[in-house]
Design a protein. Structure first.
Length: 161
């Protein structure tokens, strides 16, 4: 492999990571918007767009995205609506962490679920904030060099029908 091949592979891996993160952010934003609309939280669309954008900042962004809707719910609807927004946040976090994010990162960026859970923690312990931030793109590049088995039906001789 020459330098051009390495750069093409790394660029493809980072593009896959960006696409997977974008899909994940769109799903999180849509679920936030739907949940906040159902709870009648003011400025639901604004909070959902902010949540989708902040999804690009791992581990910290989703927590920051909670502040606006929680405050708006507390002011407009009292503590009942505030606790419902907290429950919505919990549901979105669990759904995203266990279903949506692993699905997109496995299918688009080819990052195994086990590594997407363990590596950010390990890099965070070693390199602090930057380790956590750079873990996912580094994983995408690392796993782009792993050989992948061919998908069934895409390789091999044509079948006689």
């Amino acid at each position: 492999m020459d330098l051009e091949d390495h750069l093409r592979r790394i660029g493809g891996a980072l593009w896959g990571w960006l696409v997977a993160r974008t899909y994940d952010s769109l799903v999180v934003g849509a679920v936030w918007w739907l949940g906040l609309r159902l709870l009648h939280v003011p400025l639901a669309l604004l909070w959902a767009v902010l949540a989708a954008l902040l999804q690009f900042v791992p581990h910290i962004g989703p927590v920051v995205a909670l502040v606006g809707p929680a405050a708006a719910a507390a002011i407009s609807g009292g503590e009942d609506r505030f606790f419902l927004v907290l429950a919505l946040y919990s549901g979105i976090t669990v759904l995203n962490g266990l279903v949506v994010e692993p699905l997109f990162f496995k299918r688009v960026a080819h990052i195994p679920v086990w590594s997407s859970l363990l590596v950010p923690v390990a890099l965070g312990l070693v390199f602090s904030f930057w380790g956590v931030i750079l873990a996912a793109p580094l994983l995408a590049v690392y796993f782009s060099y792993w050989p992948r088995p061919p998908r069934p039906g895409r390789h091999g001789p044509p079948r006689n029908v």
